[in-house]
Design a protein around this ligand. Structure first.
Ligand code: MBD
Ligand code: FE
Length: 255
């Protein structure tokens, strides 16, 4: 069997840059060898527990986004996170009702959005939506709800508008009983993300936008353990009696 190994300049550059900064970091921190072996054991537990995506999305992903999108026009991206599931149910009829259980617990949410570029409304934009439920759990991952509960995809109308009927998400506590929680508490952080909705927008000619919607007044906005909150992504929940309403407009970046 022959193996093809292609040298990738980006890998070499990234590794050399990493080592350069690692040396400065180690000089600064002065870790001893025992601390190093403790780290290796923790990293091994992290991998074995399946929490590598969780840990990286909570503690690293926001820095990747900030480095790339600082001072760039258009809606600010936010974390994809570890709970994205590809190809959710296609919702064809507006208003788009997220798949849910009979008597899905939680406050009913009606959400209005608009998608545009700097040149105007973007009709027929593909929108994917995912969120936690009223127990703070995500279908397909940590909840016992049917797969794709509170997940869906749909298209914006001729004006770039869309209306979704769902449940108001609640703050999300990241798992605390594994190596990610071990680190979180050792650092003195709490384990909460404010309530949020994940949204992904795709439109030909536009850069794919992955972002989140937050809600004013949430107690974790200022201290989101994952650092994903952006003020421009914070909507207002309006109490309408039998349901709550929120809205936000999204601007995609032209490629
Ligand atoms: C989440 O729900 C999330 O969105 C991120 C980024 C990390 C952990 C849990
Ligand atoms: Fe999330």
């Amino acid at each position: 069997m022959s193996e093809t190994v292609t040298k990738n300049e980006r890998v070499l550059n990234a590794y050399e840059g990493f080592v350069k900064h690692l040396k400065n970091f180690l000089d600064e921190q002065q870790f001893n060898h025992e601390e190093y072996t403790n780290f290796v054991k923790w990293a091994d537990r992290l991998g074995r527990s399946g929490e590598i995506p969780l840990f990286l999305d909570v503690f690293v992903e926001t820095h990747v986004l900030e480095a790339k999108y600082k001072d760039s026009p258009g809606t600010e991206p936010s974390l994809l996170g570890p709970y994205y599931a590809e190809n959710p149910p296609l919702l064809e009829e507006a208003p788009f009702v997220m798949p849910q259980r009979e008597n899905e617990p939680g406050d009913k949410l009606v959400f209005f959005g608009n998608v545009s570029s700097i040149n105007g409304p973007l009709s027929n934009t593909k929108v994917e939506w995912w969120q936690d439920d009223a127990d703070g759990l995500y279908s397909n991952f940590d909840s016992t709800a049917p797969d794709f509960n509170l997940r869906g995809q749909f298209r914006t109308d001729e004006n770039g508008d869309f209306e979704v009927h769902a449940i108001v998400p609640i703050p999300y506590q990241i798992p605390t009983n594994g190596p990610t929680g071990e680190f979180t508490f050792a650092a003195g952080y709490h384990a909460y993300r404010p309530a949020h909705i994940h949204i992904k927008f795709e439109h030909e000619g536009q850069e794919t936008l992955i972002t989140q919607v937050f809600f004013e007044g949430d107690e974790w906005l200022e201290t989101d353990v994952a650092g994903g909150v952006r003020e421009s992504l914070t909507s207002t929940l309006i109490d309408k009696g039998d349901h709550k309403e929120a809205s936000l407009n999204f601007v995609m970046r032209t490629e």
